[in-house]
Design a protein around this ligand. Structure first.
Ligand code: AMP
Length: 139
């Protein structure tokens, strides 16, 4: 598997790289949802967050943590939406895990991450208890 992001890492196609270290790299999204829309990725190819080993996850979060204020300051954003489309059914198109940092501005017409929901479930208390216990047992 080799995605367009690996081609960016290898320097085979151009990108506006804003940060790079041994294990992670960040560059401007080619189709920005806002000025400063940035993608942060591990250099090694993992399709989903679920596939990322602990040490790479630590490095990836450290880069996100560093980039969020840098992006906000650079474009004078009021806030950011920071999110992963984790899997095809969630809207992931490039199968190389990537974090979107999308600058947000007062009155930009966008919405909160809650806007991703389709049919919102009406879950009873015992169903919520079961789900919480199941997740806890796997975490
Ligand atoms: P996703 O839908 O979460 O997989 O997002 C993939 C993102 O990659 C989209 O926002 C695209 O605009 C972006 N993208 C695709 N190709 C490139 C590229 N060559 N350089 C920068 N961003 C890209």
């Amino acid at each position: 598997m080799s995605t367009i992001f690996s081609q960016i890492i290898e320097g085979e196609i151009p990108a506006r790289i804003v940060y790079e270290d041994e294990t992670t790299i960040a560059f401007l999204d080619a189709n920005p949802l806002a000025p400063g829309h940035t993608l942060v990725i591990p250099k090694a190819e993992y399709e989903r967050l679920n596939d990322v080993p602990d040490d790479v996850a630590t490095d990836l979060y450290a880069t996100i943590h560093q980039l969020v204020p840098a992006v906000e300051d650079a474009v004078d954003a009021d806030a950011t939406t920071v999110a992963f489309n984790n899997g095809e059914e969630a809207g992931q198109e490039v199968p190389h895990v990537h974090c979107h940092i999308v600058p947000r501005f007062e009155g930009d017409g966008g919405g909160p991450i809650h806007g991703i929901a389709g049919d919102v479930p009406d879950l009873a208390d015992d169903e919520l208890d079961d789900i919480a216990a199941d997740i806890e047992s796997r975490a």
